[in-house]
Design a binder for this molecule. Sequence first.
Ligand code: RNT
Ligand code: ZN
Length: 418
Amino acid sequence: MNKESTVIKAFEIAKERYAAVGVDVNRALDALKRISLSLHCWQADDVTGFENQNGSLTGGIQVTGNYPGKARNIDELRCDILKVNSLVPGQHRLSLHAVYGDFQGKKVDRDEIEPCHFQSWMEWGKENSIKLDFNSTSFSHPKSGDLTLANPDESIRNFWIEHTKRCRRISEEMGKYQGDPCMMNLWIHDGSKEVPVSRLKYRSLLKQSLDEIFATEYANMKDCIEAKLFGIGLESYTVGSYDFYLGYGVRNNKIVTLDTGHFHLTESIADKVSSLLLFTPEIMLHVSRPVRWDSDHVVILNDDLLDLSKEIVRCDALNRVHIGLDYFDGTINRIGAYVVGIRATQKALLQALLEPYAALEKYESTQRYFERLALQEEAKSLPWDAVWDMFCMQNNVPVGEDYIGEICKYEQEVTSKR
Ligand code: RNT
Ligand code: ZN
């Protein structure tokens, strides 16, 4: 029997099994198809960018590994992203950082970037039906230090305010160009290695900087603010903590970004979704995988990801939650890292969409807690994988492990020659 007919057969059986618990698999497939993940451009080149300043990665984040084949320029990065897209089902967005502009070999400082530096990205995006998202970049720069937007030195603070304002303008142009709002994420590493005696001072400076940055209203971009627990070398204090940005977001109607690596390791990110939905306009996610710390390991299909996905679907919030990826691993094939993480995220979302929610909810509202627990347990082994294979087949991308060979081929023909 060939693979195609095996997939069809397994799917037909899965369809019946799911129907028995009140789940329509085709509805789940339609919903999954509509979910565009925002792929992070920085897995392709270990968060280097195209400024050609040969500095190292700073700002409390770190990539380990030097597996050969990282993208060295804009053409290679674009080529890699298109390869990735050919191996995952669905239509996805691309999230760019400000340092990935098309600078044509010129030195353009961060307070000088303009929409024109991203024009070729916008055109490329349109040609390839890829919508763009954006990020300001405050790390890996001579003026990064430990403090940027919260720096008491006015000239440094103003430099970063100017940078971030420009990033918002660029995002606005991107959003306009693509006819769909560009999500702009603002994350800064500001913090300190030891506990400062004036925690309030830096936080009020950050608040002031943000107020100034957000003073201009835009219609084609949306602001997201990302908190963090700590950075490497900045372990004791983070100016932009979760409390800080949650407060700022609620008061100013801004979107809070939840990076799954930015919390205490036993904290549930899934549990935060319903609260944010009640008090902030939308949610931005940075799906990552912390191992002992904010290590940004490649995302895999684990319980944390499943819980988070289920929570979004249970809240019926797929239209209010933007799912971005944020991990970087330089120890393995980077295209492979993308594909594994993207497919894992989609698999988690599919399982969430296939949850027999109506039946579970009915049990819960009638206090039939044994039945709820039992059905949750049984649902774990319902044949979601058969539905996933069908999704890949319908979308003309490799089914199951078939993408491994494709990536090895691309390595042989392209990335190993870099
Ligand atoms: C860092 C944040 C941030 C970065 C990217 C590169 O801890 O998660 O989102 O990973 O902006
Ligand atoms: Zn992040």
